[in-house]
Design a protein around this ligand. Structure first.
Ligand code: PLP
Length: 370
């Protein structure tokens, strides 16, 4: 399928061969135990028990794996995938490098849990400088980083990590596999929250990991089976159904972000605008070569919390919500969640509304909140 366009690949990803009388995407299989062969037991069937085995989940994994270019395992949430990776790969005495400006619960997990297990936790901003990777087992980066939207050169970092014998994992949540394919750029692993743009309907939690290393995928699969951090069949089916429109959704979100960035850049009452797709953005030089398309997420500063509240209250289309990448345009004042951001810092996730409507609405809401 790699010779086909993004839209075609999304529509067909992970679907079984057409069979007369069968649906395009088979419905969710709800099963805890499955019937076993009374003599051969689980060896005779791909499905024995629901924690390790579910055909709906496997189809979703085939789909995401096709898009990422690796073998995929899905998890109950992005956080389950990331912590599963960290706990599978790291052992007492190992060192790990994590972003200072990435999703903050990962940092909290590292300082609360990994450090207590004897893992040395090092931090670096996404754009560096990075510490020496000597003695480091795993480097995890988020690019574009959430919520600051800085970008790092994955291929260059992969070279540095591999030269020191470290693994490189990339959190691909914001970009999605249509925005960039970290495994093609030299990363050993991709982790992501599928809760965001990947599935995009704000109705489920999902995480995944992808890799071309059989050994790593096997280790993570064992981790997932023994800890039980699997998504349910209905969520897996919903996610697969939503994946088919990823190309369409991202195209509109990205076009909306471009238009909103242009409008914000022209306003004297908005500061700190970040969107990796703007040629003036510090992330643009790397993003424009490394990424295949730009995200629908941008960030800016409205000065104080009160003004952010007035902006959202005055808007007809922008709703206050955390998370991002969904069909609806949302604004999140990140400081309220504990991110190390200014009080008026807003992460705006553009939805798939009509661009003209969104631009008009944001303009009048900002005017009203002045
Ligand atoms: C970049 C990034 N990674 C991971 C996660 C965790 O994902 P989930 O909420 O699906 O557990 C998030 C959630 O916001 C995120 O933004």
């Amino acid at each position: 399928m790699n010779d086909l366009g993004d839209g075609t690949r999304c529509v067909h990803a992970g679907l079984p061969e057409p069979a007369p009388g069968q649906p395009f995407l088979p419905g969710p299989v709800f099963a805890a135990p499955y019937h076993l062969d009374p003599w051969a037991g689980p060896a005779a069937s791909p499905n024995g028990y629901g924690r390790p085995d579910n055909p709906t989940r496997r189809l979703l994994e085939a789909a995401i794996g096709e898009l990422e270019g690796g073998d995929c395992r899905v998890f109950a949430s992005g956080q389950a995938a990331i912590t599963g990776l960290l706990l599978t790969v790291l052992r007492p005495g190992d060192a790990v490098v994590l972003p200072t400006d990435g999703y903050f619960p990962v940092r909290a997990f590292a300082t609360d849990v990994l450090a207590a297990l004897g893992v040395r936790v090092l931090f670096a901003p996404t754009v560096g400088p990075y510490p020496s990777f000597e003695g480091v087992r795993l480097v995890l980066v988020e690019t574009p980083a959430n919520p600051g939207l800085d970008v790092v050169d994955v291929a260059a970092l992969a070279d540095r990590a591999h030269a020191a014998g470290a693994l490189l994992a990339v959190d691909n949540t914001t970009a999605t596999p249509l925005g960039q394919r970290p495994l093609d750029l030299g990363a050993d692993l991709v982790v992501a929250s599928g809760t965001k743009a990947l599935t995009g309907h704000s109705d489920l939690l999902l995480g995944y990991l992808a890799s071309r290393s059989t050994e790593l995928v096997e280790a993570v699969t064992t981790w997932r089976t023994t800890t039980g951090s699997v998504p349910g069949a209905f969520d897996a089916w919903l996610a697969h159904r939503s994946l088919a429109t990823l190309d369409l959704r991202l195209a509109r979100q990205s076009a909306n972000a471009e238009a909103v960035a242009a409008l914000l850049a022209d306003r004297a009452d908005v500061t700190g605008l970040r969107w990796p797709g703007r040629p003036e953005d510090p992330a643009y030089p790397v993003a424009s070569t490394q990424m295949r398309r730009m995200p629908g997420v941008l960030s800016f500063d409205l000065g104080d919390a009160d003004r952010v509240s007035r902006f959202v209250a005055a808007s007809r289309l922008v709703v206050a919500a955390t998370s991002f990448g969904g069909l609806h345009t949302t604004a999140d004042r990140r400081a309220q969640w504990g991110d190390d951001t200014a009080p008026g810092f807003v992460r705006l996730s553009c939805g798939v509304e009509d661009t003209a409507d969104l631009v008009a609405d944001i303009t009048s809401a900002l005017d009203a909140a002045r």
